[in-house]
Design a protein around this ligand. Structure first.
Ligand SMILES: CCCCCCCCCCCCCC(=O)SCCNC(=O)CCNC(=O)[C@H](O)C(C)(C)COP(=O)(O)OP(=O)(O)OC[C@H]1O[C@@H](n2cnc3c(N)ncnc32)[C@H](O)[C@@H]1OP(=O)(O)O
Length: 186
């Protein structure tokens, strides 16, 4: 829960307009990257205020039980959608805590409609919530999450990421949209 002196989130003046399709932040991302053959390829769209909507279709590669989505995949979809709120805050942050409720089983072939909103900010801490619904934006709730993201410097990635992947992005910054957004070399 946010502390009492947390502030409401503020949409950054440079945030993408509501309705903007955000695209992959990194082409190898398991959540949104279009170069990940078994990834979720989640498409996120900027909403009003500090909110996001997103969709992904559960593929056979995403199964846990026969014909049903793996819970970790569903948590990834929530995590990715929540992470996309960073575009609206124009802040680089990572997931510190993700608390997930699995409410209904999600069959393969389902289009999961996700929505996320930032609820509060306190220093480096970003509080947010998300929900995933089956079949349509007002379909039955399948999953819910509350999250705490923590703002980090670019060094979080350069100091900890595998060298060959950091090098590949440095050689072609267009593979990682975030590097262009901040005009930095990763
Ligand atoms: C324009 C840009 C847009 C970009 C868009 C991209 C879209 C991206 C989409 C990607 C989507 C996918 C996204 C992904 O999957 S991100 C990948 C998954 N996440 C990680 O790998 C993160 C790993 N963890 C860490 O690196 C560190 O632990 C971090 C950086 C998180 C904090 O270590 P750090 O040393 O830096 O900070 P601190 O320890 O002093 O903590 C600071 C404050 O936070 C509080 N705290 C910390 N952890 C927790 C916790 N678990 N519960 C409750 N509270 C917690 C802590 O008490 C303290 O509070 P206070 O004492 O100040 O009150």
């Amino acid at each position: 829960m946010p502390p009492p002196d947390a502030r409401p989130p503020v949409r950054h003046p440079d945030a993408p307009e509501p309705g903007t399709l955000l695209g992959a932040h990194y082409d190898q991302c398991f959540g949104c990257g279009h170069e990940q053959p078994h990834g979720l390829r989640l498409d996120a769209t900027a909403g009003e205020g500090v909110s996001i909507t997103a969709e992904f279709t559960v593929q056979p590669a995403h199964q846990g039980a026969p014909g049903l989505a793996h819970g970790g995949v569903l948590a990834t979809a929530l995590d990715e959608t929540l992470g996309s709120l960073c575009w609206l805050l124009q802040t680089i942050a990572v997931t510190g805590r993700l608390e997930t409720d699995f409410v209904r089983p999600v069959p393969v072939g389902t289009v999961l409609h996700l929505s996320a909103r930032c609820t509060a900010v306190h220093g480096r801490k970003i509080f947010s919530s998300a929900v995933g619904r089956i079949g349509s934006p007002d379909g039955p709730v399948a999953v819910r999450a509350d999250a705490l993201f923590i703002e980090v410097p670019v060094a979080h990635f350069t100091d900890n990421g595998r060298d060959e992947d950091i090098k590949a992005v440095m050689e072609n910054p267009d593979r990682m949209k975030v590097t262009r957004a901040f005009e930095v070399n990763p």
